[in-house]
Write a protein of this length. Structure first.
Length: 370
């Protein structure tokens, strides 16, 4: 008999842990597992048709359900009616309530999943920060007491969500696996995409991620403006969509680089666009273990990333960390130097061992089996 799995997550947008959740689900053995998504809110994200096509069901929590108590009661009802064997939540600290609801309904396997190392509290008041600290403490107690497994994408993400001591004692690292066959470096595809983008003879600086404050795109533009002083043929390729798009375009105009910045929006061929790039620059304020960084390394792309990103993310030799306190000019100099590394000579042996989605899913299936 198939095990019934309830995957609790936010609307299925293209980015962050939604991509991780859907990638794991679509690679599960369909003969053994029957999956249903419980999505908080009525928004239909761009990944939802894909998961439905894979055979998964989708339940949306109505927007009219407001407040933690109402959320909890509604979720309990869904769990009770669905008679699930596994509840797997990707909602960070809110997963504490999800695990409590699952335990109260007798679900045998209860799995929260940590994806972040720290929220960006920039602009929050002292009182807001203290309220969050209390919320975090309460949810951490629920996570420890109500979960059968404590899963995270890396040691820092696990320590942040569950507490360092708790995660060290009983935590499980589940790497953000990818389909490696899509990301193998392909010179022919590289040439095709560079021609399509009109950047055949240019230095392509790349970035993939949601256009939000945490990704630090404004500093990325500063770095690129400095790089243009070193290499006039440089072009910046930004893949993604989000609330910061207008601000990014405005800053590019202010710096006088708007004609050399390409904003692609959401793309379903990111693995091919990575082939076209010469250097991947990732100056995020906060991250867990970004799947886009693993994808970039899978194509052997040199990566320059902020030291806020977990060291656990470094898989290839052509990856360098740099502090956000360093100047944009220093970032630009390092990017230019990294871009000159022979991409084809880089070994992906470590990454292949750790991030093959098929191996990661085997680990998850063992967790689901209890």
């Amino acid at each position: 008999m198939k095990k019934k799995v309830l995957i609790v997550t936010s609307p299925l947008r293209v980015g962050g842990f939604d991509v991780i959740a859907t990638s794991l689900q679509t690679h599960l053995d369909r003969e053994r597992f029957e999956c249903t998504y419980y999505i908080v809110g009525e928004e239909v994200g761009p990944l939802e048709p894909m998961v439905i096509a894979s055979g998964a069901k989708v339940i949306h929590r109505p927007d009219s359900v407001k407040g933690y108590i109402a959320d909890y009661k509604y979720l309990k009802k869904v769990i009770r009616e669905g008679e699930y064997d596994v509840v797997h939540s990707h909602l960070m600290f809110f997963s504490g309530l999800v695990m409590l609801a699952a335990r109260s309904e007798g679900v045998p396997v209860r799995v929260p999943h940590g994806h972040m190392t720290d929220p960006c509290m920039e602009g929050r008041s002292f009182i807001q920060r203290r309220i969050f600290d209390v919320y975090r403490l309460f949810m951490t107690v629920l996570l420890d007491g109500c979960s059968t497994e404590l899963v995270a994408c890396g040691p820092e993400a696990g320590a942040y969500l569950y507490g360092k001591r708790t995660f060290k004692k009983r935590g499980v690292i589940l790497n953000n696996g990818i389909d490696l066959s899509k990301y193998k470096f392909d010179p022919a595809m590289r040439a095709e995409k560079r021609h399509e983008l009109g950047v055949e003879n240019r230095l392509v600086v790349g970035h993939v991620g949601r256009l939000n404050y945490i990704k630090n795109h404004k500093f990325l533009l500063d770095v690129f403006a400095e790089l243009k002083k070193i290499n006039a043929d440089a072009v910046l390729l930004i893949v993604g969509e989000g609330e910061e798009k207008d601000a990014i375009e405005e800053k590019a105009r202010h710096l006088g680089i708007e004609n050399d910045v390409i904003l692609t929006g959401v793309r379903n061929d990111v693995y091919n666009l990575l082939q076209a790039m010469d250097i991947f620059v990732f100056p995020s304020f906060k991250e867990g273990l970004p799947v886009t960084l693993i994808e970039a390394q899978a194509t052997k792309l040199p990566c320059l990333i902020s030291d806020t990103v977990s060291e656990y993310a470094r898989q290839n030799s052509n990856v360098e960390y740099i502090s956000l306190s360093a100047s944009a000019a220093e970032w630009a100099q390092k990017a230019q130097k990294l871009a000159s590394i022979d991409r084809e000579s880089v070994s992906c042996e470590k990454l292949i061992k750790n991030y093959d989605i098929n191996e990661v899913v085997k680990q998850l299936e063992k967790i689901y089996e209890g």
